[in-house]
Design a protein around this ligand. Structure first.
Ligand code: MG
Length: 284
């Protein structure tokens, strides 16, 4: 998968299996994404090894904030899906970068939502592709863009001016994480809704951006955000406008994450879990 940050070809994670004293088996998944600020897979493995064979609920609740993917993996295992809504939201389909996206949009069902990664090729080229992509959408189809923080002030303005004309659904993380104030300005200047993503990878960062006045959309990657209980509480207490999204986790974390999305997301927009065809398993 190509993004403005380069190419990703592997995805590693840990499946957590907990067996309670009365024999009930529960599963969770640790799916780190260190380039988004979570712990590394090595740190997660080291943490699991340190736990040994027995782990208490208190130990799980005290996993430090430096291990957000472990917080999710263990707490989702003990919480289970019982108190969450059935997964009912439609998924946006992740398109390949560049012009390959156009063919993937053709002949798709009405009302489909697509996500296209930008900032991979030259701006002029990508803006040409964008116009064609927008024209190729099925009836009622929506297109969202994701720059993964790869633009600067000038290119972000060019992109957003085009997005306003084309009625783009939303625009994820135009500028790098440090440029919070500039993203606020873009939000005031354009009609296209802007979503923070890399800036709000964890619950702690979500809290901070909300305190600093962000009232746009929050992309939530639940598997690396930290404790799901805390995430749910924050979204509820602060009435956050969220769109949930995948970190290429397996079916175990996906089921929990989709149900959490159905429970927490207040605007019924498509969630970013349409990653079929991007994952193949290996036994390595
Ligand atoms: Mg994103």
């Amino acid at each position: 998968m190509r993004t403005s940050r380069g190419v990703r070809s592997r995805r590693e994670g840990i499946i957590v299996k907990l067996v309670s004293d009365d024999g009930i088996v529960r599963y969770g998944e640790i799916a780190p994404l260190p380039e988004f600020g979570s712990e590394t897979i090595e740190a997660a493995i080291a943490f699991c090894r340190r736990l040994g064979d027995r782990v208490s609920t208190e130990t799980i609740r005290s996993i430090p904030d430096t291990l957000p993917a472990c917080q999710f993996g263990f707490e989702s295992a003990i919480l289970g899906c019982q108190n969450l809504a059935p997964a009912s939201l439609s998924c946006s389909r992740l398109l390949p970068a560049g012009e390959a996206a156009i063919a993937k949009v053709a002949n798709t069902p009405p009302q489909s939502t697509f996500k296209w990664k930008i900032g991979v090729e030259a701006v002029d080229r990508e803006l040409d592709i964008l116009s064609e992509l927008a024209r190729s959408l099925p009836p009622g189809g929506k297109l969202r863009l994701d720059a993964n923080g790869g633009l600067n002030w000038e290119t972000a303005n060019r992109w957003l001016a085009c997005c306003d004309q084309l009625g783009i659904e939303l625009f994820e993380q135009p500028l790098p994480v440090g440029e919070f104030d500039a993203m606020q300005k873009l939000r005031d200047r354009y009609a296209t809704p802007i979503a923070l993503d890399e800036s709000v990878a964890t619950v702690t960062q979500m809290e901070r951006c909300h305190q600093r006045g962000w009232r746009g959309i929050f992309v939530v990657k639940p598997c690396i955000a930290g404790f799901p209980s805390r995430l749910r509480q924050l979204c509820r207490d602060c009435d956050l406008d969220t769109v949930f999204s995948s970190v290429f986790e397996s079916a175990i974390a996906r089921e929990f994450a989709l149900r959490l999305a159905a429970t927490v997301q207040k605007v019924p927009r498509a969630v970013g879990f349409g990653v079929e065809g991007w994952l193949a398993t290996t036994d390595e």
